[in-house]
Design a protein around this ligand. Structure first.
Ligand SMILES: Nc1ncnc2c1ncn2[C@@H]1O[C@H](COP(=O)(O)OP(=O)(O)OP(=O)(O)O)[C@@H](O)[C@H]1O
Ligand SMILES: [Mg+2]
Length: 222
């Protein structure tokens, strides 16, 4: 049975799709089979994949913006090492279904919550963390982490978001990943090219970053 990783945050533009698509490619390059389940009605992950054309080496994307994400994810996990769920913005039921998918007692997965740069991000993430807490109180195996995304590349400019994430995370007993995703043009440019930052610029800082980030996820999953 493959592992399910849900990238969730109802806050729009938090960095779900960018991190999900890039990490999916790195995991694939590590030799695993990966499929992305795009639950966003806007179909960003699917469009990203299509932008790469027929030659694309990106993991396959299945678009399913409905409330039974957990059922589809379970089916996909039978044939793939990893199922990555790209969450939707402001879609309560789809997000809850994503939480269910990643906290199945028969196949515990991982929930990753990208956290941006300010108070609006904290407010936007609050209900998600409440849903996660509720799922945990039901006795489900919830392995959830927050991570800083879309951060200013300079360390001294990351402090405020790091503190806000830490405060929010500790209120819900959700740790923060050591690695983060900072703002690099490579992440934006790779979208239009329909590839990951690895294909775009193998020796770039974004490529290096996403590989370190993926390594931490793999360590968490073991
Ligand atoms: N690390 C980054 N560096 C530069 N640009 C980024 C980065 N992360 C995200 N972006 C840009 O920010 C925008 C929002 O990112 P993304 O689509 O990944 O967020 P999302 O959480 O999936 O949004 P939605 O809620 O709409 O699905 C995109 O235009 C993307 O190119
Ligand atoms: Mg998205």
């Amino acid at each position: 049975m493959g592992k399910i990783i849900a990238w969730l945050n109802p806050k729009g533009g938090a960095g779900k799709t960018t991190s999900c698509v890039n990490v999916a490619r790195v995991v694939q390059l590590l030799g695993y089979s990966v499929v992305i389940l795009d639950t966003d009605p806007q179909a960003s992950a699917l469009c990203w994949r299509r932008a790469g054309g027929e030659e694309s080496v990106q993991p396959e994307v299945i678009h399913h913006p409905h409330n039974d994400v957990h059922l589809i994810a379970e089916k996909l996990a039978k044939d793939n090492d990893f199922v990555f769920i790209d969450g939707a913005a402001v879609a309560r039921d789809i997000t809850i279904s994503g939480i269910l998918a990643a906290s199945n007692p028969d196949n515990p997965g991982l929930i990753l919550v990208p956290f941006g740069t300010g108070s609006v991000d904290a407010w936007g993430s609050f209900h998600l963390l409440e849903f996660i807490q509720k799922r945990r109180s039901e006795g489900a195996p919830v392995n959830a982490f927050m991570f800083l995304s879309r951060q200013h590349p300079q360390e001294n400019r990351q402090k405020d978001s790091a503190n806000a994430a830490k405060e929010l995370g500790s209120a819900f007993d959700i740790p923060i990943m050591k690695n983060m995703i900072t703002r690099f043009m490579d992440y934006e440019d790779s979208q239009g090219m329909g590839c990951s930052v690895i294909e775009l610029n193998k020796r770039g800082k974004a490529a290096e970053q996403v590989q370190g980030f993926t390594q931490e996820i793999m360590e968490i999953m073991v």
